[in-house]
Design a protein around this ligand. Sequence first.
Ligand code: NAD
Length: 262
Amino acid sequence: WLGLDGQVVIVTGGASGIGKHVVDTLVKVGAKAVAVDLNVKTGDELDGAYCVQCNVTDPESVNQMVQAVLAKYGKIDALVNNAGINLPRLLVDVKGEKPEYELNEDSFGKMFAVNVKGVFLCAQAVARELVKQGHGVILNMSSESGKEGSQGQSAYSATKGAVDSFTRSWAKELGKYNVRVVACAPGIMEATGLRTAAYNEALAYTRGVKPEDLSTDYSKVIPIGRDGKLDEVGSLVAYLVSDQASYITGTTVNISGGKSRG
Ligand code: NAD
């Protein structure tokens, strides 16, 4: 029904978390999924997906990745710009106990490098091919916090605001070439590789709670009463990159159990 059989879909950050579930869903519906990540070896197979090692912040690495996919499959039908990092940091550490959890040039630069520059570099390299082919889809992984903001995650949220904005502009530029550009914005999801012990410690400090007190009673904050499953993002992404979504472009679709407003 989705018509993704034989479609070549690149998924950055495809070795872990949401990206891995997107890859698994795509493989299940017959797509030729390519798992692109720092943590894979080019030529390996990961549960039915072809792997290409790439650092999305490095233009040369991104171009080599695109060439490797073209050498293997001869075409690209869609790109899922999913690789992302999140370093919780306060704008000002008023308590003055943990200056390392105050936003600085290093943490700001790292998040913008992966979440914004990486999205731009992959989109540009793949768009050159999609425009030549006269069809294709770019899907950018945003976040609820891009629209809503998030305590202790201002720079991360700003990177996702940038992703939403890129999505709207690129859709306007590329629509005439039959290339769609969409985003999806997960809300609170079950744990992924992103939630390391270091992440939890930083997040807890920026929220003024203990790491063990981070978990929430989701029924109070999420209308559907639970956090989101990674498979649910996989299903949405498969739909959005398929021809079933052929009139959806230039927008960010929420997947947050009813929590996001915008
Ligand atoms: P994750 O840490 O489990 O996976 C991210 C993957 O990206 C990892 O495999 C990592 O190796 C890869 N990666 C990181 N930097 C890279 C680079 N420079 N080049 C290539 N690959 C790189 O994270 P996740 O939670 O699955 O997040 C995936 C995406 O979903 C991110 O864009 C994140 O912002 C977004 N998101 C996550 C949540 C959530 O609750 N987990 C919510 C909203 C949005």
